[in-house]
Design a protein around this ligand. Structure first.
Ligand code: NAD
Length: 253
C-alpha cells in the first residue's frame, strides 16, 4: 500500500492530492495550520492521519513526522505542498515581517518536510518527493516578490535534492501550478488589484490572457500530475520542473 504525506493537505490543492491518493487505496497523512480545515478533513475521511501543525514549527513538524513514520512504517510519497501567497505590493512598500512569513511557509516549511523525507527515504532506498512551486517560480511576478523568490528557491531545492538522493533511488520533482480556480486565487486577485490600483476582473483577465491555452487550472489537474509522478510510468523522472498551467507566456501586468 502506498504511504503518502501531504503538507497543507486540509484544503485546496493539497486536499485534492490527499483525496485522490485515498481513492487509490493509499494510506494518507496530512498536516495543516488551519485547525478548522483539519477537523473537516478528519470528519470527511476518518482513515486519514491528520494533525494541526504549522510547517515552519520545527518541533511540531518533527513530532508529527515521527508519528507518521512510526504509524506508517516509512513513507513512499511526500508532497511538500503547504504555501501561502504572501503580501502583494511594490517592493518599496513591503513589510519585512510579511516577507519573512511568506518565505518561511513556502521555503523553510519545505526544508523541514524534505529533510525528514530524505532521512526516511535514504534508509528505504526509494521514494518520491514532490515540491509545489508555482509558475511564479519560473517567471518573475510583479507585486509578489516574496512569493516569487520563495518559489524560485524551491526549484533550486528540487534540483539539488534530486542530485543528492538520485543515487539511492529517491526521485524529487517540482510542480508549478498556474492559477488554480478556487478561494485562494480569489484572495490573490483582490490583493493584486488593490496593490496595482486596478479592477479585480481586469487582473483576472490578465492572468488568462497570459496563458497560451487561455485557461486556469483545477486542483485536480495538479493532483493528476502528482499521481502520474508516483506511477511506474514516471519511474525515471527526477529533477524536473513540471508546469501544469496551460503554458504561461507572461506574468507581466
Ligand atoms: P490554499 O490556501 O487553498 O491551501 C493551502 C493550505 O495550506 C491551507 O489549508 C492552509 O491552511 C495550509 N497552510 C498555509 N500555511 C501553512 C503552514 N504554515 N503550515 C501548514 N499548512 C499551511 O492554497 P492552494 O492553492 O491549495 O496552494 C497549495 C500550494 O500550491 C501552495 O504551495 C501554493 O503556493 C501553490 N500554488 C497555488 C496556486 C493557486 O493558484 N492556487 C498556483 C501556484 C502555486
Amino acid at each position: 500500500m502506498t504511504r503518502v504525506l501531504v503538507t497543507g493537505g486540509a484544503a485546496g490543492i493539497g486536499r485534492r492530492i490527499a483525496e485522490r491518493f485515498l481513492d487509490t487505496g493509499a494510506r494518507v497523512a496530512i498536516c495543516d495550520a488551519d485547525p478548522v480545515a483539519v477537523d473537516q478533513m478528519k470528519s470527511s475521511h476518518a482513515n486519514v492521519l491528520a494533525e494541526t501543525v504549522d510547517v515552519t514549527d520545527e518541533a511540531g513538524m518533527d513530532a508529527f513526522l515521527s508519528r507518521v513514520e512510526a504509524e506508517f512504517g516509512g513513507i513512499d510519497v511526500v508532497c511538500a505542498n503547504a504555501g501561502t501567497g504572501g503580501p502583494a505590493g511594490r517592493i518599496e512598500d513591503l513589510d519585512y515581517e510579511a516577507w519573512q512569513d511568506c518565505v518561511a511557509v513556502n521555503l523553510h516549511g519545505a526544508f523541514l518536510t524534505c529533510r525528514w523525507a530524505a532521512r526516511v527515504m535514504r534508509k528505504q532506498k526509494q521514494g518520491l518527493i514532490t515540491i509545489t512551486s508555482s509558475t511564479s517560480g519560473q517567471w518573475g511576478h510583479p507585486y509578489r516578490s516574496p512569493y516569487a523568490s520563495a518559489k524560485w528557491a524551491l526549484i533550486g531545492l528540487t534540483k539539488t535534492l534530486a542530485m543528492e538522493l538520485g543515487p539511492v533511488g529517491v526521485r524529487v520533482n517540482a510542480i508549478c501550478p498556474g492559477a488554480v480556480e478556487g478561494d485562494r486565487m480569489e484572495r490573490v486577485l483582490e490583493r493584486e488589484a488593490q496593490a496595482g490600483g486596478r479592477d479585480k476582473e481586469e487582473v483576472r483577465a490578465q492572468y488568462v490572457q497570459g496563458v497560451s491555452m487561455r485557461t486556469w487550472v483545477t486542483a485536480d489537474d495538479i493532483a493528476d500530475s502528482v499521481l502520474f509522478l508516483a506511477s511506474p510510468a514516471a519511474s525515471k523522472i527526477s529533477g524536473q520542473v513540471l508546469a501544469v498551467d496551460g503554458h504561461t507566456e507572461t506574468n507581466a501586468p
